[in-house]
Design a protein around this ligand. Structure first.
Ligand code: NDP
Length: 279
């Protein structure tokens, strides 16, 4: 049954597992209505029993623009509007820059950057015309700092960061918010789903060490996606939300260390940096 009056309306990508699934459950528990999407919609069947009329599902592969368009139209047809969109779908290819192929690099951009951009651009006009709405971008600690072996993923998430920070400045005067989420390591299916590129021995100490770290983190990730989803809901519901919501101890420490090191380097080279003015 169509209901245009109660609660916020969410459109969430990548709801088969992890953050996406937990965000669906958290939004439903808050009394909101959700269009839960996945590239394999059969993975969403269990959610229907929980959500009842406040839940609808659609097939959405973020690399398929026609499915993005159809899912947005389906959300409007069922719920009448979109208040919160969550670009959650994501994946990782692990390997040193030399170890990954150009196809790998492009595939990471397609899912983690162009996919999110496609969904974002599909909802921006709707939110802009209504003068309200929140665009939630699931980035990563890896969207703000880097580790050897994650270059393809970092490149796509840093691109998403740049697009989203810009979008925030463009949309803020028009009443639409952007929230960029920067999780550390959370116990979802993410780590298990990492695709590993061929190995080159020369990278044993760098990318190889990161491969080993991800093996050790499997099922031992320090953060809980249920708590992560609750934190995202709290930020979305806040009267004064941040542009970036960092989630997890190691993410807070990592962002702080990265930015302190960046500032220290700017300071150390400041005289040379300032020596380029026209005389
Ligand atoms: P999961 O692997 O549990 O979930 C990823 C989701 O993305 C799955 O539903 C997957 O669907 C979906 N997905 C992948 N490719 C596509 C596609 N082309 N179209 C639509 N859906 C797709 O991991 P998380 O829940 O952890 O990941 C969610 C987001 O959080 C990602 O953007 C990730 O980068 C980010 N993140 C996660 C961290 C973590 O430690 N877990 C840390 C930092 C950021 P399918 O089942 O079909 O593959």
């Amino acid at each position: 049954m169509t209901n245009h009056t109660d609660g916020r309306v969410w459109l969430i990508t990548g709801c088969s597992s992890g953050f996406g699934r937990e965000l669906v459950l958290a939004a439903l528990a808050a009394g909101d209505r959700v269009m839960a999407t996945a590239r394999r919609p059969e993975t969403l069947s269990g959610l229907a029993d929980i959500g009842g009329e406040r839940l609808s599902t659609a097939a959405l592969d973020v690399t398929d623009p026609a499915s993005v368009d159809a899912a947005v139209k389906a959300t409007l047809a069922v719920f009448g509007r979109i208040d919160v969109v969550v670009n959650n779908a994501g994946s990782m290819i692990l390997g040193a820059v030399e170890e990954v192929s150009m196809d790998d690099l492009r595939a990471q951009m397609e899912v983690n950057y162009f996919g999110a951009a496609e969904v974002t651009r599909a909802v921006v006009p709707l939110m802009r015309e209504r003068g309200s709405g929140t665009i939630v971008q699931m980035s990563s600690l890896g969207g703000l700092k880097t580790y050897p072996g994650f270059g393809a993923y970092h490149a796509a998430k840093w691109a998403l960061e740049g697009l989203s920070e810009t979008l925030s400045a463009e949309l803020a005067p028009l009443g639409v918010r952007v929230l960029i989420v920067e999780p550390g390591a959370f116990r979802t299916e993410f780590n298990r789903n990492i695709r590993k590129a061929r190995e080159i021995g020369a990278y044993h100490q760098t990318s190889g060490a990161t491969r080993e770290m991800t093996n050790q983190l499997l099922d031992a990730e320090p953060n809980d996606p249920v708590k992560g989803a609750a934190a995202i809901l709290q930020a979305v519901g806040s009267a004064n939300p941040p542009l970036r919501l960092v989630l997890g101890d190691e993410a807070v420490d990592g962002v702080r260390e990265h930015h302190e090191a960046l500032l220290a380097e700017v300071t150390a080279w400041e005289t040379l940096s300032r020596s380029t003015a026209m005389s």
